[in-house]
Design a protein around this ligand. Structure first.
Ligand code: C5P
Length: 314
């Protein structure tokens, strides 16, 4: 039976931070083998999807700096989903309200792509499960499968092999800091990491699996708590920071704050964040840093942790 398309739906697409990003080694496919803990945060883009009768896939956005062409993960996701459905007559007009900074290490583009898979699956009545959508997402980007379900997850492989972690119990929040004029190329960051740290990489699947087992056995498999904050780690930080003054400035300012549980860069940067026990202390720290952030040309966001990824709005 042909799926029954719906009229219009809206999906929120939250950003993520990396609480742990460990580069284990190089894979036979040339990508890096990673061991990560990813965490959704309450800083989200919003996408609306409307059926069209003309089999066209169109994307509009309130941020003129974003490419709306075939290289946008929203368009790539829509094309892949339609191709796999075998229903070439399906069309959609998609509008993106961009709130997550672009090229920031916060998986904004990946989350938008994941939202397109979830939104169009519902709009076109295709009936794919979350697991199906995560498999499709993995074809488009390493961070995209995480963004479908989101929350707190261990992410292995290229980042696409997911092991959900217990939901965070305490009302933790992050203060995000980013220079609006600086972005970091993810391929560059991994290439540079290999140049600088490649001689220390683990070799082979057995040693990768041993390291994954260590992470599974660490505190990560317990709910994250303010009383015992997790030790943040990002192996790309020592690669990106020395060549990115905006990362150095963000880390310096965040590290000067009292009451932070930990400070780190997210993904391949340049966003950095400090973890706080609750949104009130996070907001107080943001106010305290206000002048210094402005003087350095940095923007900031106070974001509670969020227990889920993309969501269709009621
Ligand atoms: O999968 P994604 O498009 O996000 O990856 C962007 C680039 O980052 C890849 O082309 C690759 O250069 C690098 N990368 C990597 N290892 C990973 C993920 C990304 O080397 N696990």
């Amino acid at each position: 039976m042909r799926p029954q398309p719906m009229g219009t739906i809206t999906v929120t697409a939250p950003a993520k931070v990396n609480l742990h990003l460990e580069v284990l080694g190089v894979r036979p496919d040339g990508f890096h083998e990673l061991a990560m803990v990813m965490q959704s945060i309450d800083l989200a883009d919003r996408l609306s999807f409307r059926t069209t009768a003309d089999a066209e896939l169109t994307l509009s956005c309130d941020d003129p700096s974003l490419s709306l062409a075939d290289d946008n993960l929203v368009i790539k996701a829509a094309q892949l989903l339609r191709r796999r459905s075998g229903l070439s007559e399906l069309g959609a007009a998609i509008h993106l309200e961009k709130r997550i900074p672009i090229g920031a290490g916060l998986a904004g583009g990946s989350s938008d792509g994941a939202a397109a898979l979830v939104g169009l699956n519902a709009l076109w009545g295709l009936g794919h499960s979350s697991a199906d959508l995560e498999r499709l997402a993995a074809e488009l980007g390493s961070d995209m499968p995480f963004c479908v379900a989101g929350g707190s997850q261990l992410c292995f492989g290229r980042g696409e092999l997911l092991e959900p972690l217990p939901a965070v119990q305490d009302p933790l929040a992050v203060l995000l800091v980013k220079d609006p004029d600086v972005s970091v190329s993810t391929p560059w960051a991994y290439r540079r990491c290999r140049e600088l740290q490649g001689d220390r990489y683990l070799q082979g699947e057995d040693s990768f699996e041993q390291r994954r087992q260590v992470l599974r056995g660490m505190a990560w498999t317990q709910p994250i708590r303010a009383a015992e904050p997790p030790p943040l780690r990002n192996d790309l930080q020592s690669v990106v920071a020395p060549e990115t003054p905006a990362v150095q400035a963000a880390l310096r300012l965040l590290s000067s704050l009292e009451g932070t549980l930990a400070v780190a860069m997210s993904g391949s940067g340049p966003s950095c964040f400090a973890l706080f026990a609750d949104p009130a202390s996070c907001a107080a720290a943001q106010t305290k840093l206000d002048h210094q952030l402005a003087a350095e040309g940095l923007r900031s966001w106070c974001c509670p942790l969020q227990p889920h990824g993309v969501r269709i709005e009621a």
